[in-house]
Design a protein. Structure first.
Length: 87
């Protein structure tokens, strides 16, 4: 079996530390409720792709959409303002 790896050095060297910083991890953690709500909405939409629309499916999509909006609202309310960053 032939190996299909590159036999030349990379054009741009990789940084020695590839781990995310604490600030990046905090930002990811702050966005996680929005991401999970959007995944739930996407799951609801995908589930209805191959079947006819029903009252249950429409209700599931409405609830998932409301969760996305609530998660986005909460994330926006928690976002630091310019005054908070200075203090």
């Amino acid at each position: 079996m032939k190996s299909i790896v590159a036999r030349h050095t990379g054009v741009t060297p990789l940084p020695a530390d590839l781990e995310p910083t604490d600030a990046e991890l905090d930002a990811i953690e702050a966005e996680m409720p929005v991401v999970l709500a959007e995944v739930e909405l996407l799951d609801a939409l995908i589930a209805l792709l191959d079947r006819p629309a029903s009252d249950f499916g429409a209700r599931r999509i409405r609830r998932a959409h409301r969760r996305v909006l609530a998660a986005r609202r909460n994330a926006a309310n928690k976002a630091p303002t310019a005054a908070d960053e200075v203090a």
